[in-house]
Design a protein around this ligand. Structure first.
Ligand SMILES: [Zn+2]
Length: 398
C-alpha cells in the first residue's frame, strides 16, 4: 500500500473529488482505494508514505503513436540492426517513457516483432515499462522510399495480400494493425499529400481487425487519405496534417474514428543539425509547417476529441522531457488543460480503456505521476522530469 499526501489535483482529470488538495491511498492491487482531504486518511500499518508537497498529481500518460524500436531519426543504422539487437533499444525506450510518466503506449510499427516481445515481458512482470499495444510491422503498399524503413514495413498490394498481411501481424500476437494510407515526411521520395492505398485494400484490413475485435490505425496526412480512412472505419487517423473542413465534419459525426495529431516530430524535423536528417526531409517539413499547424488547429477548434501521439524517437524523447506536451502548445497552440486531457482521458476513451485508466478516480488503476508545478496553468512545467511516477507497485523517483 502507498499513500500520496499533499497532492494538488487538476479537476478535469479527477473524478469523485472536488477539492484542489488531497491525499490518495493505493491498495495492494494497485487500485486507487480512497481520495480524501489532506490528513484525512490514516495510513494503514506497513503503508509507504510519499509527500507530494503540493505537486500536481496526474493520471499516467498515453502515447498513441510511438515507435519503440526507433532509437534515433537516423534510419541507416536502424535498417542495418540485427533483429536481436532491437530488443535492448526497445526496452530502453519503453523504460524512459515510464520514467517520464507514460503508462500506456501504442506502437505504430516496428522492426520484426520485437515490440510484442517486450510487451510480453512486461505482461509477465519481468520488466516494468508502460502497458504496450503492439502493431508489429506497418502495412504499406509497394511504394517509393519503403526501403528507408526496411524491417518496419510489411509490403502488401491488393485486398488478398492485405488480408494475409493483416492476419499475419495478428497471428504473431500483435494487438492492432498499422496502415500507411498516405506518403510520409521521412520517406525519401514519398509525398505526404499523396494517398497511396486503395479503398478496397484499407477496407480489407478493417474487416480483418473487426473480426478479431481490434482496430486499424492509419498514417494519413492528406485530406483525401483522411476521408478514405474515415469511410473505411479506421479507429484512428494519425497525424492528419492537411485535414480539411469536410474531413473535420466527418470526424465530428463519427463515433468510430478519431484524430491523433503528432506535434513533437514536427518540431524535431525542423532541427537540421540535431537529427541527421537529409536536406530533402527538412525541406519537406519546412514547406508544410504552416499548413499543418493551420489545419490541425482548425480540427482542434472544431471541438474534436483528439488523441495524444508523438511519433518521436528515443534520442529526442530523452533529450527533451515533456516534448509532446509543450510541442502541442508551441506547434499547434492548444490550451494547456486540453493537452493534459488529450494525454490522459481522451486517449483512454479512444482506446476503450477509460474504465480503468485516464483519470484519478477511486477504483481505477493507480498509474500516478507527480509533477512539480502546475502544468494546467503552465505547460512548460512538463519540461522537467516528473518528481514521482508510480506504476505496477514501483515508485520511480526522478
Ligand atoms: Zn509514425
Amino acid at each position: 500500500m502507498i499513500l500520496f499526501k499533499n497532492c494538488r489535483f487538476v479537476k478535469e482529470l479527477t473524478e469523485g473529488f472536488v477539492q484542489e488538495m488531497g491525499d490518495v491511498l493505493v491498495d495492494d492491487k494497485d487500485t486507487i482505494a480512497e481520495i480524501a482531504e489532506p490528513g484525512a486518511i490514516a495510513a494503514p500499518e506497513g503503508c509507504r508514505i510519499v509527500d507530494a508537497e503540493g505537486g500536481t498529481l496526474l493520471p499516467g500518460f498515453f502515447d498513441m503513436h510511438v515507435h519503440l524500436t526507433m532509437d534515433s531519426l537516423d534510419f541507416l543504422p536502424y535498417v542495418a540492426r540485427r533483429p536481436e539487437d532491437h530488443w535492448a533499444e526497445t526496452y530502453s525506450y519503453a523504460r524512459e517513457m515510464l520514467k517520464q510518466g507514460y503508462t500506456t503506449v501504442r506502437d505504430a510499427g516496428g522492426a520484426y516483432n520485437v515490440v510484442k516481445g517486450v510487451r510480453d515481458a512486461q505482461r509477465k512482470g519481468y520488466i516494468n515499462v508502460p502497458d504496450i499495444l503492439s502493431s508489429g510491422q506497418a502495412l504499406t503498399p509497394t511504394e517509393m522510399g519503403n526501403e528507408t524503413f526496411g524491417p518496419m514495413y510489411s509490403v502488401c498490394d491488393g485486398p488478398m495480400e492485405v488480408r494475409k498481411a493483416a492476419r499475419h501481424q495478428l497471428e504473431l500476437g500483435n494487438d492492432v494493425i498499422k496502415y500507411m494510407v498516405t506518403g510520409a515526411y521521412l520517406n525519401e521520395g514519398g509525398l505526404p499529400g499523396q494517398q497511396i492505398v486503395t479503398e478496397d485494400e484499407l477496407r480489407e484490413a478493417v474487416r480483418i481487425a473487426d473480426m478479431k475485435d481490434t482496430h486499424v490505425m492509419g498514417h494519413a496526412h492528406s485530406a483525401e487519405g483522411i476521408k478514405t480512412a474515415i469511410r473505411c472505419g479506421l479507429r484512428t487517423v494519425e497525424h492528419g496534417s492537411f485535414i480539411d473542413e469536410e474531413a473535420i465534419r466527418m470526424l465530428k459525426e463519427s463515433d468510430r474514428t478519431f484524430l491523433v495529431p503528432t506535434a513533437a516530430i514536427g518540431l524535431a524535423c525542423l532541427d537540421e543539425d540535431a537529427n541527421n536528417l537529409s536536406e530533402g526531409m527538412v525541406d519537406t517539413s519546412k514547406k508544410y509547417e504552416q499548413i499543418e499547424k493551420d489545419c490541425v488547429n482548425r480540427a482542434y477548434r472544431a471541438g474534436l476529441k483528439l488523441g495524444f501521439g508523438s511519433d518521436i524517437d528515443k534520442e529526442n524523447f530523452v533529450a527533451h522531457p515533456g516534448m509532446e506536451f509543450y510541442a502541442r502548445h508551441e506547434w499547434f497552440d492548444f490550451e494547456y488543460v486540453d493537452i493534459l486531457k488529450q494525454a490522459t482521458i481522451n486517449s483512454a476513451e479512444i482506446l476503450g480503456m477509460d474504465d480503468r485508466k485516464g483519470t484519478i478516480c477511486v477504483g481505477k488503476n493507480a498509474e500516478l505521476v507527480v509533477i512539480d508545478g502546475k502544468p494546467d496553468i503552465d505547460i512548460n512545467d512538463m519540461k522537467q522530469m516528473p518528481r514521482y511516477v508510480y506504476f505496477h507497485g514501483e515508485l520511480i523517483e526522478n
